[in-house]
Write a protein that binds this ligand. Structure first.
Ligand code: ADP
Length: 502
């Protein structure tokens, strides 16, 4: 760290000594890397089952790497069906022995304890999230970790007021929840799943994604420190097979899945007729709709935030931009200018706007779709930035002249790639925005509040942002329509997925 400060200091000194008249240099920043010295990762992690750390019965481990350096960070257990079975048994026993008998106000104390411990260790969580997932430290520090803590605080508040949450009707917990989460918001997704489950009086087996297991394992450590009764929360790591074993386990009462539409459909088919409760939060292809009367600079910032700041690694990313024809050229010019100022690179650098793509597999998929966009006649613009030689990086890119039928306009890209299309009337904007198999989110940019409401009534999306994008709050339900899944997370609607209303 000392070395980095010196290097940064030298660079700054060099600039003050030689003032430059080249205004391009106004965008050069001295490196500001977050120190990782105090983060102590274990070489190997076991499974967190029944309040204890256990070696997997499968005897298998796999490596989790940093997508920005391609270096191994740690080895994690690859849980087999027997391990998942142990975790579900531990969750069942904890449910019967402690959790379902515990008054809500006592459960709340544990949930608040987790929230506070998350806040206390916020810096370590942010660093580990960025190392393992590749997202900029700015985002994990300012969004993922505080929002994860906020979800625990919010749901802790509901735990002793469940009778008031559903119009005075009594509720009872479901039992054991099996929860499977993806790699784009690893800690936040764990919080979205675990907090309402515990508040509702359920016990949990959670499986993080195979490329981002570390923040969930750190969460297990603070759950251990918070002295939750053993087995109330169990964390099992592994890939698709581990997830499948959990989703199909006969003693799980509720399955909550966030991930691809393909796997979501598979789980839904497998669970048909089982009587298990299911919620699915799947893919998206959000339209960001910019009217000519919008504040264009504000809209451009919203577009950047919606698709580039998290490498497009958001299922609700605004990956389709619908611009009113009369302002198309202006918006494209401003976007082009803004893209050239985005800083792409080391996610641990506090200046970085666009970090690393989460895995080689994802990086290859994005590149394949970009090539398809060009082959299908879209006009490509890629920001002229120098990418690091190691790691999985993609420069922010957009396409103009995109046809509605092209792959980049229809398929979820999950990368920093935007498809731009135009419209002439509000009706046409609605038709184009709804012309997708997904329905997770949308954004509307206009000077007229009434227009936002008019659009919101007609857009088929679970979440609609007006003159903003990608804003989340624990009290605000999030979830989709159509092939984006069903069920909500957050708010009373999210809580209702974890209780039976009597
Ligand atoms: P993505 O394309 O975002 O990686 P996936 O749906 O492949 O989404 O993965 C999301 C989560 O689902 C991960 O934790 C992954 O391990 C898990 N998973 C993958 N295949 C299955 C499956 N057949 N059953 C249950 N979970 C699965």
């Amino acid at each position: 760290m000392k070395k980095d400060i010196t290097k940064a200091g030298k660079a700054q000194l060099a600039r003050t000594q030689k003032p430059s008249l080249d205004f391009g240099s106004a965008w050069e920043y001295a490196p500001s890397p977050e120190s990782t010295d105090h983060v102590k990762l274990q070489a190997q992690y076991g499974l967190f089952i029944g309040g204890k750390w256990k070696a997997p019965k499968s005897k298998k481990y796999f490596a989790t790497i940093s997508p920005s350096t391609e270096q191994k960070l740690a080895e994690v257990a690859d849980a087999g069906a027997a391990d998942v079975d142990d975790a579900v048994k531990a969750a069942r026993s904890a449910y019967d022995t402690y959790w379902k008998k515990m008054p809500g106000k006592e459960r709340a104390k544990y949930i608040f304890r987790i929230a506070r411990a998350l806040q206390e260790k916020a810096r370590e969580f942010a660093i580990v999230e960025t190392m393992d997932g590749g997202k900029p430290i700015k985002e994990s520090r300012d969004l993922d970790v505080p929002l994860a803590a906020a979800h625990f605080f919010y749901h802790g508040g509901w735990a002793d007021k469940l009778d008031l949450a559903f119009h005075g009707r009594k509720v009872r917990p479901l039992g054991v929840a099996g929860q499977i989460i993806p790699w784009n918001f690893p800690l936040l997704m764990a919080a979205w799943k675990i907090a309402p489950a515990l508040a509702g009086g359920n016990t949990v087996v959670l499986k993080p994604a195979e490329t981002t297991p570390l923040s969930s394992l750190m969460l297990a450590q603070i759950i251990e420190e918070a002295e939750l009764p053993p087995g109330v929360v169990n964390i099992v790591t592994g890939a698709g097979q581990t997830g499948a074993a959990l989703a199909s386990h006969k003693d799980v009462n509720k399955v909550a899945f966030t991930g691809s539409t393909e796997i979501g459909k598979l789980i839904q088919r497998n669970l048909a007729g089982s009587g298990k409760k299911l919620t699915l939060e799947l893919g998206g292809k959000a339209a960001n709709i910019v009217f000519a009367d919008a504040s264009i600079d504000q809209a451009v910032e919203g577009i950047i935030n919606g698709i580039y700041f998290n490498q497009g690694h958001v299922c609700c990313a605004g990956s389709r931009l619908l611009v009113e024809e009369s302002v198309h050229d202006l918006v494209v010019k401003k976007l082009r200018d803004r893209l050239s100022t985005l800083r792409v690179g080391d996610p641990l650098d506090k200046n970085t706007d666009v970090g690393a793509i989460n895995s080689r597999e994802q990086w290859e998929r994005i590149n394949e779709l970009v090539a398809a966009g060009e082959a299908e006649g879209g006009e490509r613009y890629t920001a002229p930035c120098k990418l690091p030689s190691k790691g999985f990086f993609i420069a922010p890119t957009f396409f103009t002249g995109v046809s509605m039928s092209s792959r980049i306009a229809r398929e979820e890209i999950f990368g920093p790639v935007l498809s731009i299309m135009t419209f002439r009337t509000a009706e046409e904007a609605i038709e184009k925005a709804n012309n997708t198999m997904y329905g997770l989110s949308a954004g509307v940019w206009t000077d007229k509040g009434a227009k936002i409401f008019w659009m919101a009534q007609r857009l088929k999306a679970g979440v609609i942002w007006g003159n903003t994008f990608n804003k989340f709050d624990p009290s605000s339900p999030f979830g989709g329509y159509k092939e984006s899944g069903f069920g909500r997370e957050g708010g009373r609607q999210g809580l209702s997925a974890y209780v039976e209303v009597l």
